[in-house]
Each structure stands twice: as C-alpha cells, then as structure tokens.
Design a protein around this ligand. Structure first.
Ligand code: T6T
Length: 313
C-alpha cells in the first residue's frame, strides 16, 4: 500500500515537471581556476554536500584564471542544461554575458566566491567578507612593521570582485588608522606565481626600505613570498597573504610570511550546493551568505581549530 502511494507521489511530481523530481538534481560547479587549492577545496565541500543530498555534481574549470577561458566552459555548461550552476566568475564585467545566457535558459545560478557587477545574476552569493578580510590584513601587517614604513599590495587583475574588495579594505584601513604607513599602491600579477615574484624583486630594487607586502590571494602570496625568501629579506620585509594552501602554510612556518587569512572554500562549496538545491526545488534561497575567515599565524597554525581551515593539497 505504502509503495503504491510513494509511486503515485513520484508520478505526480514528475508530471508537474519539477526539476529533479524524476531523478537527481543536476548541478555544475564552474571554478575560477582548475586544480588550484582554493577551488579544489571548494569542490571537495561541494562533492560532500552533493553526496549527502543525492545531487549529481559535475566540476569544471579553466586552466587559467581568465574570463576568455572561463566563457567557453560556461557556454558548454549552458548547452548541457543542468538544473543549477555554481560559478566563480573570473571578471565582474566579462562574465555577465555568458551568465545571462545561462539565466535565460532557466539554469539557477549561485555565485560562489566571486560575483559579477549585474546584481540580477546570482540567486545566492556565498563568500568571505573580503573588505573585512582586507582590513584585517592591513592591521596585521601594520602591527608586524611596527606601525610605520612602505607597504606594497600584490593582486591578480583589476575586475576580480574578491581581490578588489580586499584591496579596498586594506587601503581604507591603512588610511584611516595607520598614518605612518605609506602605501606604494597595487601591482597586478595576473594570478601568476612567477609574475608576483618579479614584481616583488623589482619593488625591492626600487624601494630597498620596503617594510611590508600584502598579497591578496594564493598565487600572489606564493610568488611574493618566494621572492622575499630568495632576496634574503626574511624577517626584514614582513608579509601577510590571503589564503592558506600548503605552500603558504610552509612559508608561514619558515618565517617568510607572518600571517595568512584563511577562507572556508569547502563551506562555500557546500553552502552553494544547498542553495542550488533549494532554488531548483522552488524553496527559499538566501541572497547573501557570508562565510568566516581566520587569521593564521605561526603561533596558532598547529592548533586543531586552525588545522581544520587549511586548504587541501
Ligand atoms: O583567494 C581565492 C579566491 O577567493 C579569489 O577569488 C581568487 O583567488 C583565490 O582562488 C586564491 O588563489
């Protein structure tokens, strides 16, 4: 009897044409960069949640953090018509057109980590409070350099919402609360480790009294840290970096970097899947979900709570 009722219910749902009613909800995660620890940790969180909720999850991403490479991936996802797409857009402007196509196909879009300038894209936006994180980085760096000296910011490219927000938070905090700290401005590495190293080498040649570096993301931090290490500047030039992949944690333990701002990419992926499923099922979706950030230093890196937030290799 029970079986008959359940079968009837399933038939009714399928007849209503509710997505996912006749099978698993189909979701694709489009990363900002394939194979990079932040996005792979995000994919792990998304996969775990997908397993729990019975969601069919596919993960794709470009080989470079670049909208010209991410656009064809989004286009092919649109052609495959999943029920929902979690996406980390690589540019606030360039990704609007491909994501508008996805929206027009009624694919539910959930923005994970980065966003686009068009506020109508993305039923839910899940990310770290990056302005706050940038301000925390400024305070940590100012403290490390004794409240005075020249500091340089290394970022990826203008037009990436997350790192732009980190720069804003950093610069506003320096201006507001650290009058003896001079910002040398921002230089862009195109999210390339060796480019970030080159920038720091050139900055050290131009300003040998450079006191501190803020690297706004993983690859910028890895490259900047390597340059400081190779230039024998350990301890003399202080550094704070966003993200906590294995290379950054090693640099922290080696004394190259003094503080890391660890995000929760796994949680971003998991919450993204939850929101996608809610959107597909016509349930309530949360427009904005902030996730936590932790300041990691040599003093707390080995504590169990901090170990939990370090990114997967
Ligand atoms: O910092 C993360 C991410 O939040 C940002 O949007 C892009 O860079 C990372 O993926 C780290 O490399």
């Amino acid at each position: 009897m029970r079986k008959t009722l359940a079968a009837a219910l399933l038939l009714t749902l399928a007849a209503c044409g509710q997505p996912g009613a006749g099978g698993a909800v189909r979701v694709t995660l489009v990363q900002g960069l394939a194979g990079e620890e932040f996005y792979e940790t995000m994919a792990c969180g998304a996969r775990a949640k997908a397993g729990e909720l019975g969601v069919q999850l596919d993960v794709q991403g470009p080989q470079k953090f670049d909208p010209t490479l991410q656009t064809p991936i989004v286009n092919s996802v649109v052609a495959a018509k999943p029920d929902a797409m979690l996406v980390a857009p690589t540019d606030v402007k360039a990704m609007i057109a491909p994501l508008t196509q996805a929206k027009q196909q009624n694919i539910k879009i959930i923005l994970v980590d980065t966003v686009v300038e068009d506020p109508s894209i993305g039923l839910s936006r899940i990310s770290t409070d990056n302005v706050k994180g940038g301000a925390a980085a400024a305070r940590a760096l100012a403290e490390q350099i004794g409240g005075k000296g020249k500091v340089l910011v290394i970022s990826t490219d203008p037009g990436v919402s997350t790192v732009d927000a980190r720069i804003k938070g950093f610069e506003d905090e320096i201006k507001a609360a650290h009058p003896a700290v001079t910002s040398l401005g921002v230089q862009y590495s195109h999210n390339d480790v060796s480019e970030a190293s080159k920038i720091v080498n050139a900055a050290l040649a131009k300003d040998p009294d450079l006191a501190g570096v803020f690297a706004t993301n993983l690859n910028s931090a890895t490259g900047a840290g390597t340059a400081l290490q190779q230039a024998g500047k350990l301890g003399r030039v202080k550094m704070v970096g966003f993200d906590a992949g294995p290379a950054q944690v090693k640099q922290l333990k080696d004394g190259v970097v003094q503080a890391l701002i660890a995000q929760l990419p796994g949680d971003i992926g998991a919450r993204g899947v939850e929101q996608a499923v809610a959107a597909v099922r016509g349930q309530q979706v949360t427009a904005s979900i902030p996730t936590d950030a932790t300041i990691v230093t040599a003093a707390n890196v080995d504590s169990p709570d901090v170990q939990k937030v370090l990114y997967k290799a």
